[in-house]
Design a protein around this ligand. Structure first.
Ligand SMILES: [Zn+2]
Length: 313
């Protein structure tokens, strides 16, 4: 932890080594491709206080070159360290992609396998859909989805974290598009501080698609306006205030609680809808000989895929 805080403090202009150390992050045991720890801090229910309204997973640094998206999560942790009231049960991971941020100068979007972690989550018909998306981006190496869903240790950790912690909402911070996006059971917040809701669409392999659409967990994507310039203190605290306000009035959602009861079944159906290329032929043959069964197996997952022309998180 000390080593990683030293690297973080030397990389981020807004977070000192001391500030990182003071957060007392804990090693999850998970490792990035290059063996760096994925760190987390838990703000648990407080004994003697009322039961938390819900569980929230807060994630920064999915893309290693979005510096402000890591720094602001550290700033919000500072607030939680001071004022955690037990209203929510938090898991906070300020840096999902330590290799992207810390091992390159300048930092890079992708993990050390060159994979875009926000295209590597399971979603319907993953192989075809992510390939089509990647092709539509001109095979941009910055958007490479990986060889298979959850091929990366960082996304494997994220998947297990969602499965075991069962967050009622996920907040994921990115940059630099300056908007707010929302996936999951409607309706999301219209404003978080100076950011306004703009539904961007659903990407194959994205966290919003996986968690929001498939597993019906509200996913709030905060897209800060600049990757390298931090919002002001006032903007940072206004965003936090609005975020808490929305969470307080909107979670837990009944749909989310229900969907968790069939988390593994939804995962299985996702896998069935995304056969690896080698097995695809066989599955197609099965589908044509048993159309009813195939239809039933695919009916419970949403294959709503809408690829926006705008490139975002
Ligand atoms: Zn991003």
């Amino acid at each position: 932890m000390a080593q990683e805080c030293s690297r973080i403090g030397h990389k981020l202009g807004s977070i000192s080594v001391r500030e990182c150390l003071d957060r007392a992050l804990v090693d999850t045991g998970a490792r990035s491709v290059r063996g760096q720890a994925i760190l987390m801090k838990e703000y648990p229910p407080l004994s003697g206080k009322r039961k938390p309204i819900g569980r929230v997973l807060l994630i920064g640094g999915t893309h290693g070159d979005e510096y402000a998206a890591v720094s602001i999560v550290f700033k919000w942790m500072q607030t939680l360290d001071r004022y955690h009231s037990g209203m929510f049960h938090w898991h906070v991971t300020p840096l999902l992609n330590p290799d992207g941020l810390l091992l390159h100068r300048p930092s890079v979007r992708l993990n050390a396998h060159g994979v875009d972690l926000n295209r590597n989550m399971p979603s319907p018909d993953w192989y075809n859909q992510t390939a089509a998306y990647w092709k539509s981006r001109g095979f941009d190496p910055r958007r490479y989805p990986g060889a298979a869903p959850l091929s990366e240790p960082e996304t494997q950790w994220l998947f297990e974290e969602i499965r075991s912690f069962r967050p009622d909402a996920i907040v994921s911070v990115h940059a630099p598009y300056g908007v707010l996006d929302f996936d999951g059971p409607p309706v999301g917040p219209t404003d978080i501080g100076y950011l306004h809701l703009k539904l961007i669409g659903v990407y194959p392999g994205s966290l919003g698609n996986f968690a929001g659409i498939q597993h019906e967990i509200p996913v709030i994507t905060v897209e800060l306006p600049h990757a390298g310039i931090m919002p002001t203190h006032r903007q940072i605290s206004n965003m936090w205030r609005d975020l808490i306000h929305w969470l307080r009035h909107n979670i837990p959602k009944e749909k989310t609680v229900k969907a968790y009861a069939s988390f593994d079944a939804i995962t299985e159906r996702l896998e069935a809808s995304s056969p690896p290329p080698a097995k695809r032929k066989k599955t197609q043959a099965q589908h044509s000989s048993a159309p009813v069964a195939a239809k039933r197996s695919g009916s419970a997952i949403s294959s709503r895929v809408h690829i926006n022309t705008q490139v975002i998180h």
